[in-house]
Design a protein around this ligand. Structure first.
Ligand SMILES: Nc1ncnc2c1ncn2[C@@H]1O[C@H](COP(=O)(O)OP(=O)(O)O)[C@@H](O)[C@H]1O
Ligand code: SF4
Ligand SMILES: [Mg+2]
Length: 335
């Protein structure tokens, strides 16, 4: 198989929300020592329960760090035109130039990022003019029209105000807007979550089509494993501010190695299966005072003494399959 290029990698990335509440300094360890990489031209999914740090991860990857979020340590390294660059080496202006052109971001709840008082056409033109050296409005208009057409969306949307569109169409327009300058990397934070299943399918297909057309990288956050199954090539599973498993999507579904991932997969409804599903017992831990050792240990049915005392390292246990778990490691080694 062709060696895949890496477009983005993190190294021991740490970012905390730090603030004072009721006279006490609090640190929410939303990202704590996260190391993984994302390949060019793949759809990479990020999964995990609500509050595990998915949105924070996307924000940090996109260079959107503002108080109370703080970068505590580690790095985010992009490959841009063959050169490795830390996101933290860019100043505001350099980040501005990267955004929309090299990378774009569809934030959580993004159906509402369209300005309700401005027609869609003008919102496209404003973005194109702000981020591309276009000579005149016609040129910007051509870019918008060509893009809308290539995505199979009706050109009439350009004349509309956001509220005149259905929720599903608004989400498609948001995605079209985020991708109009053909970025190499697209981040989507739960872009299908607020939609009903039928509309969701259309949005998933649109994301797939865009990835195919632009031949670029899509990084998709959703807690919905069914969406991951349909859309992604690889998945990273997060738990309590950590990446606990990364593997090709088929491996995650067929042979998950981390006990937390096993719960996520086993709790999915399967067609025709009437047996009771075991969702993950207990609730996610506090990220201001996370459990010692393996953060999953209070909820893990396999936990042993070592799990309470030491933190398992994130290791490639099988080719391309990374896991942070003592027992999974022992299992693979003894197999
Ligand atoms: N602005 C904020 N201030 C303080 N804590 C925050 C803020 N945003 C998120 N958090 C906390 O950071 C943790 C990770 O949140 P988030 O990245 O939004 O998780 P997810 O997207 O997986 O649901 C949660 O404990 C959340 O409460
Ligand atoms: S390291 Fe221990 S507690 Fe953590 S997931 Fe593995 S078995 Fe469970
Ligand atoms: Mg989120």
């Amino acid at each position: 198989m062709e060696e895949k290029g890496t477009v983005l990698r993190t190294e021991n990335l740490k970012a905390y929300y730090s603030f004072r509440a009721f006279g006490i300094d609090r640190n929410i360890k939303a990202l704590d020592d996260v190391t993984f990489k994302i390949y060019e031209k793949e759809i990479f999914g990020i999964a995990g329960e609500s509050g595990c740090g998915k949105s924070t991860l996307i924000k940090v990857l996109y260079g959107l760090i503002k108080s109370p979020l703080r970068h505590i340590g580690g790095d985010v390294v992009y490959k841009i035109n063959g050169e490795e660059k830390s996101i933290f080496s860019f100043d505001k202006e350099a980040l501005r130039r990267l955004r929309w052109n090299f990378m774009s971001y569809i934030p959580q709840g993004s159906m509402n990022i369209l300005n309700p008082t401005i027609r869609i056409r003008k919102q496209f033109l404003d973005i194109i003019k702000a981020h591309r050296d276009v000579v005149n409005v016609d040129e910007a208009e051509d870019i918008a029209v060509e893009h809308i057409k290539s995505l199979g969306l009706p050109l009439e949307v350009l004349k509309s105000y956001p509220h005149q569109l259905s929720g599903g169409m608004r989400q498609r327009v948001t995605i079209a807007l985020a991708t109009v300058l053909k970025p190499r990397v697209i981040f989507g934070d739960e872009p299908t979550t607020a939609l009903d299943v039928v509309v969701q399918r259309g949005v998933i297909q649109l994301l797939k089509d865009i990835q195919k057309e632009l031949n670029n990288t899509v990084i998709m956050v959703t807690h919905d494993m069914a969406v991951h199954a349909e859309l992604t090539d690889r998945i990273g599973i997060m738990y309590a501010g950590k990446m606990v498993e990364v593997a090709p999507t088929s491996e995650i579904f067929k042979a998950p190695l981390h006990p937390y991932t096993q719960y996520l997969i086993n709790s999915l409804p399967k067609i025709g299966d009437k047996s009771e599903k075991t969702s993950v017992p207990g609730s996610p831990p506090s990220l201001s005072n996370p459990p010692s050792g393996c953060r999953f240990h209070p909820r893990c049915p396999y936990a042993e003494q070592i799990c309470k005392e030491k933190e398992p390292s994130f290791e490639e246990l099988k080719p391309g399959h990374f896991v942070a778990c003592f027992i999974a490691k022992r299992g693979v080694e003894n197999a």
